[in-house]
Design a protein. Structure first.
Length: 354
């Protein structure tokens, strides 16, 4: 039996983030930001230069630990998120993964059913540096700061594995799924199983919450959304809960739009991350009240700052005043974001009486 099978939910009273995940309403919601460790921070840019590649950076526990902790030291966010990448999972399957400066990830594309059948076994041992990072971070976090782990959802990870890179509408993966549904299902199933194992090990190593990022959920038509987004994420959550009934889980089906209420009802996550396009008042009325909402300030409003930022923040806070809410962005913080705007955001959240 692994540690996670027998561990109850830890007391959340001294951690606002965990208290909210557990369903408690606060006038001042906890705050963290997706990609809160990254290029908008000068201290991150300084340590990033110490590694020859982004993947090497992710697999160097000392550097990944420092990157995880930097935004906590500077801003005092209510949660830290593990510094890593969703594509360490394909890397652990033996698919070649690299990151090109200014161009994003590059993988050896899986272009035929045979390539999926020939994919190697998932190697958890390959990801030991990630678990060492978790161990280092958990010992360095302030007692009130929660710790989030994560993985990419099967659909999003598969889209990169098929295309070999990010694409505007994920057409390569969508075409592959239409033409070779059995092979694509095999890939999705492999990713579901690997994600359960990977996230369970993250819990064992010391994270307190995990987030499942489905960054490309919004490109799928309804039937494909059901098959390739909702069902795989629900299987991951079910599998995690079979190992650890008390696992705290956030799901982020970016762009899911009108699918969100059904997703929230059926996927089984404690919280749903909302993207920038979602109307907060619609979400507050449409998503089951037992589901915690996370989000969803426009990252461009944060770049703009001033009245645009303040007004958008007030609207979000007002919409969710009567239900558990974690304040975040609708997507990752952008590299050109002024640090003083992040400071103003935190001040507005923590001084709010909405």
């Amino acid at each position: 039996m692994s540690m996670s099978q027998s561990s109850p939910r830890i007391n959340s009273q001294n951690k606002p983030f965990l208290s909210t995940i557990d369903g408690h309403v606060s006038k001042k919601p906890p705050i963290w930001l997706m990609r809160q460790a990254g290029r908008y921070l000068p201290e991150y840019r300084a340590i990033r230069s110490q590694s020859k590649s982004f993947l090497d950076f992710c697999y160097t526990p000392a550097l990944a630990t420092e990157a995880t902790l930097q935004p906590i030291r500077r801003f005092g966010f209510d949660a830290a998120i593990l510094f890593s990448d969703i594509l360490v999972v394909p890397d652990a399957f033996g698919q070649k993964v690299s990151f090109e400066v200014g161009e994003g990830p590059r993988l050896d594309p899986l272009t035929t059913p045979g390539a999926i059948e020939a994919l190697g076994e998932f190697s958890l041992a390959h990801l030991e540096p990630v678990f060492e990072t978790i161990d280092r971070v958990k010992g360095a976090l302030p007692s009130e700061t929660a710790f989030i782990g994560f993985c990419g959802a099967p659909w999003t990870v598969a889209s990169y594995m098929i295309a070999g890179q990010g694409t505007p509408d994920q057409a390569p993966a969508r075409l592959f799924a239409y033409r070779h549904p059995a092979a694509f299902q095999l890939l999705i199933d492999k990713l579901v199983d690997a994600s359960i194992i990977y996230l369970s090990r993250q819990f064992d190593a010391g994270v307190e919450v995990v987030q499942i990022f489905d960054s490309w959920a919004g490109v799928l038509p309804a039937a494909e959304f059901e098959r390739w987004c909702l069902e795989p994420v629900a299987k991951i959550i079910s599998g995690l809960r079979a190992r650890n009934a008390n696992a705290r889980i956030i799901a982020f089906p970016r762009g899911a739009a009108t699918h969100i209420p059904s997703f929230a009802l059926r996927a089984g996550a404690d919280a749903i991350g909302l993207d920038t396009a979602v109307d907060p008042h619609w979400a507050a009325q449409s998503i089951p009240p037992n589901v915690v909402l996370q989000g969803h300030l426009d990252p461009l409003a944060l770049i703009s700052g001033g009245a645009a930022q303040n007004d958008a923040v007030r609207e979000i806070l007002s919409a969710y005043r009567d239900r558990p809410h974690i304040f975040n962005l609708g997507h990752g913080i952008l590299p050109q974001t002024p640090i003083e705007h992040v400071e103003a955001l935190i001040q507005q959240i923590r001084s709010s009486e909405v």
